[in-house]
Structures are given as structure tokens and as C-alpha cells.
Design a protein around this ligand. Structure first.
Ligand SMILES: Cc1cc2nc3c(=O)[nH]c(=O)nc-3n(C[C@H](O)[C@H](O)[C@H](O)COP(=O)(O)OP(=O)(O)OC[C@H]3O[C@@H](n4cnc5c(N)ncnc54)[C@H](O)[C@@H]3O)c2cc1C
Length: 442
């Protein structure tokens, strides 16, 4: 049957993240619907565990799942690999970078976020963001390369080889800093015999005065205490003013020599949000109504990170995997309601809470809508369980648990692979000597 004569309702879904996959999984169960899922990658990536790939706890394949494999048992789902560059919301048409296009009866935009460098000079060029699998493998290779460089020439340590700067005290920055401290203390110190690993430093910088902003005050203190115990130096209430090839400058006038800056400083909507002349609000995200439909754009749903989804308290829902997944499924239900001539329902978020892991055995969980707070080993167990169950493919879930378990009990690492040597390479003559005061050690 040619697509034109196919009587099934055709839904175009842009983005195979939590929101897109949640939506397609629900629609795939309906015989009267066919779906075209478009993503620039042929895999779904599990962002909450990117930092574990970056710090060699998990392999890339533990957190990336083939989209084709995910939907191979559903004849009504067609996966297309492509970069969507244009949107015509009136005709529900998307255009790809290669010139191809797809037109459907309904359009679901689930294209996620991208890092927001807040126009910090040098950040985009020199910092390592942690938003996609590619970012995590680049960062892992850079972490391994600076240790290799220090092993080849100890003088590199004075040039910042073993100094790491993490920008952002939210969950991404805190989790990465904790895992990096464990990697250095438990693995690098054992494997790099000729390197003065004790000279390694991790600095975490945030403009705010607390870590883990959305969490409770006791969680802020707990995170600071755990990171302090792991030797992470906190620079809170201080802005990063500039990032160079070999340094980070702070607003207090100090400079940190480093060859590895991790950017966990925030997110914003991706460029595709601006392509369709849709109403945009905070973070450049697309404003949607309570039913996840864009006002005035019939049949156009926007879900997950790219959307400003109104919440009952008058604010918008946060950019979280659980919000994305649930909003994707909800949009699918409303598309089915449209097709059946039934009324659409307003999105209701089932809040399971928020969690962050701060290295081995330490975690914070604020569970349920009333934010029942757990710290330490119980929260760590909750974290493991919730993230493993969120994972899409059963096989990967087992693999991830084997890697976690191995790492946890043996304190060794699985995949320490310097597979991005080209990006990890450092020009040591570039920006080697900033001429300002070194950062004070708190
Ligand atoms: C480091 C990190 C840690 C996190 N930890 C947690 C956590 O512990 N718990 C939690 O709940 N949430 C966490 N989050 C947030 C959570 O991952 C996001 O809220 C969630 O992934 C959003 O899902 P989404 O489907 O909207 O977008 P994404 O998962 O980003 O998926 C968007 C998809 O769209 C595709 N895409 C984008 N633009 C285009 C285009 N133009 N053409 C084709 N394809 C395109 C992308 O390739 C991607 O596959 C974390 C996020 C990060 C970055």
C-alpha cells in the first residue's frame, strides 16, 4: 500500500528520547495508527547515566538502545535517521537536512534540549558539555588523556593536567564531580604508578550559593559534605567569567589552570524549537496548553524537555526524564482521543520524586510528591532501582547492573577506553600560562 492510500492515521514524531519513545510505544499498540519516528541518532540514549560513561563506570552500549530494535516488532512504526531542520505546522510537515520530508495527520515534537553556555566566553569552544552520548565519550577520553599526559611528563601537572573544573552545582555537576573523585581515588591512584595522583584536584563552581538547588536544605548540606569528604573543592556564589584552552577564570579574580572543564551549567531549547513559528517562552522552549497541544496549531503536540508544560501550581514542569516519558504517553492518548472524536485530557504528572547520586554509596532521594527524603545507602539503592527500571531494553539493564556491581564490589572500572584520541589530544603550548592569581583553596 502506498503511504498516500494508507487509511491509518499518520503521526510524525521528532526525537527518540524519553518523550518520543514514550509516545511511540503507546501509539504502536494501535492498528489504526502508523508512526514515523525521526531522530538524528539511530539510538535512544539514557541521559541520567551519561556521567557514568564519562567516568568509565558504564560502557556506551549500556545506555544506548537501537531505536529500530526497540520497535522491530511493530510494523506500524517506521524509524528514520535524519536531522529535522524545518517544520510546517499547518500541514504537519517536517523537512530533513538532506532535503527529504514527511507529512502526517499529527506532529509530535520531542526534540529535547541542548546545553546553555549563557554566553560565557570560551565555554562553547573549550568546555565539555554532558548532554549526549557523544559528549560522554569525548569527556571520558579527555579524562584518560590528561592522566596519560601526566604519566609521559610530570611537568604537565603544573599546567593543569590533573585539575578538573566542573561548572554547575545541579545534579549533573554534583553527580559527575562525585564519580570523578571516586575514579581518581580508587582507580587512577592504583593504575598510574608513576603519576602523583594525589596532586589531582576537582573544583566545582556555581553561581548559586548551594548545591542541588531544587532539593531541600538538608540535601544541599549533605551533598556539600559528601563532596567535601571526597576532596572536591567548592566555589559557590562565584561566576565563571571565561574559559580558555588551559584555564578557567572566576569572577572573584582567581584563575584555575586546567585541561578539562565539564559544563553542567544549564540547558535550553534546541534550534528546531524556533523553526516552526510556534510560541516560545522560558529557555526558548515551546509553550503548550495543559493538553500538550500548541494553541493555534491544530494537531501539533510538543512534549518533554523542549516544551514548557504548565503545572497545576502555575509554574511549568521541570526538565526531567519522568516528565518527558509521561508527557509523551499523554500526547499519544490525546492523539487517539482526537482520532476517536473524544475530548482531550489535561496532562497529569505522577511525581515519583527526584534523585542524585554523589559517587559510590552516597545518594539523595526525595521520593513522591511530598518529597520524603532519603540519604546514604537507602537512597543509593533507590537510585539504582529506579534508574535500572527506567531503562528501555532488558538486556542492557542486565549489562548495566553487571558493570555497576563489578565496579561497586571490586572498586575497579570496566570500560576505560580512550577511544576519542583526536578530541582528547591537547596542545600544551596553547594558553599554558594564565597571568592571574590561582584560585584560593577553600
Ligand atoms: C547529564 C544529565 C543527567 C540527567 N539526569 C536525570 C535524572 O537523574 N533523572 C531524570 O528524571 N532526568 C534526568 N535528566 C533529564 C532527562 O534526561 C531529560 O529530561 C530527558 O532526557 C528529556 O527527554 P526528551 O525526550 O524530552 O529529550 P531527549 O532525551 O533529549 O531526546 C531528544 C531526542 O531528539 C533528538 N533530536 C533533537 N533534535 C533533533 C532534530 N533536529 N532532528 C532529529 N532528532 C533530533 C535527539 O537526538 C534525541 O534523541 C538528565 C539530563 C542530563 C543531560
Amino acid at each position: 500500500m502506498s503511504p498516500d492510500s494508507d487509511p491509518r492515521r499518520h503521526v510524525i514524531v521528532v526525537g527518540g528520547g524519553f518523550a518520543g519513545v514514550g509516545c511511540v510505544k503507546r501509539l504502536a499498540r494501535e492498528d489504526g495508527v502508523r508512526v514515523t519516528l525521526i531522530d538524528r541518532h539511530n539510538y535512544h540514549q539514557f541521559q541520567p547515566l551519561l556521567y557514568q560513561v564519562a567516568t568509565s563506570q558504564l560502557a556506551s552500549t549500556d545506555i544506548a538502545f537501537s531505536l529500530r530494535k526497540l520497535f522491530r516488532d511493530h510494523d506500524n512504526v517506521d524509524v528514520k535517521l535524519g536531522e529535522v531542520t524545518g517544520l510546517d505546522t499547518a500541514t504537519h510537515t517536517v523537512t530533513l537536512a538532506d532535503g527529504g520530508s514527511f507529512t502526517g495527520d499529527a506532529l509530535v515534537l520531542a526534540a529535547g534540549s541542548q546545553p546553555n553556555f549563557f554566553r560565557t566566553p570560551g565555554a562553547e569552544e573549550h568546555a565539555f558539555p554532558l548532554y549526549a552520548l557523544d559528549d560522554a565519550t569525548r569527556l571520558r577520553s579527555r579524562i584518560l588523556e590528561v592522566f596519560e599526559a601526566a604519566d609521559r611528563d610530570a611537568a604537565r601537572i603544573d599546567q593543569g593536567a590533573l585539575t578538573f573544573v566542573v561548572v554547575g552545582g545541579g545534579p549533573t555537576g554534583v553527580e559527575l564531580a562525585g564519580a570523578l573523585a571516586d575514579l581518581i581515588a580508587e582507580t587512577m591512584s592504583v593504575e598510574y604508578h608513576d603519576v602523583a595522583v594525589s596532586a589531582a584536584q576537582i573544583h566545582l563552581v556555581d553561581l548559586g550559593h548551594t548545591l542541588l538547588g531544587p532539593y531541600s536544605e538538608s540535601a544541599h548540606d549533605y551533598a556539600a559534605k559528601v563532596l567535601g569528604r571526597k576532596g572536591v573543592r567548592l566555589h559557590l556564589g562565584v561566576a565563571v567569567t571565561e574559559i580558555g584552552a588551559g584555564h578557567v577564570s572566576l569572577a572573584d579574580g582567581s584563575t584555575i589552570r586546567t585541561r578539562c572543564v565539564v559544563w553542567g551549567g544549564g540547558i535550553k531549547a534546541p534550534p528546531i524549537a524556533a523553526a516552526g513559528d510556534l510560541p516560545r517562552g522560558r529557555g526558548g522552549r515551546i509553550d503548550v496548553g495543559p493538553d500538550l497541544l500548541v494553541e493555534g496549531a491544530d494537531g501539533v503536540y510538543v512534549v518533554g524537555d523542549i516544551a514548557n508544560i504548565p503545572s497545576p501550581d502555575g509554574h511549568t514542569h521541570p526538565q526531567l526524564g519522568s516528565v518527558a516519558l509521561q508527557s509523551g504517553v499523554w500526547a499519544a492518548e490525546n492523539i487517539l482521543a482526537d482520532a476517536a472524536g473524544k475530548p482531550r485530557k489535561s496532562f497529569h504528572y505522577h511525581d515519583k520524586g527526584i534523585m542524585a547520586m554523589i559517587g559510590r554509596g552516597a545518594a539523595i532521594a526525595e521520593v513522591g510528591p511530598h518529597r520524603h527524603e532519603l540519604h546514604g545507602a537507602i537512597a543509593f539503592s533507590a537510585w539504582l532501582g529506579v534508574h535500572a527500571s527506567l531503562m528501555t531494553g532488558v538486556r542492557n539493564r542486565v549489562d548495566a547492573f553487571i558493570n555497576w556491581g563489578w565496579d561497586y564490589f571490586t572498586k575497579s572500572r570496566g570500560p576505560q577506553v580512550l577511544d576519542r584520541a583526536e578530541i582528547a589530544k591537547i596542545d600544551w603550548d596553547e594558553d599554558a600560562a594564565p597571568d592571574r592569581e590561582p584560585a584560593a583553596v577553600p
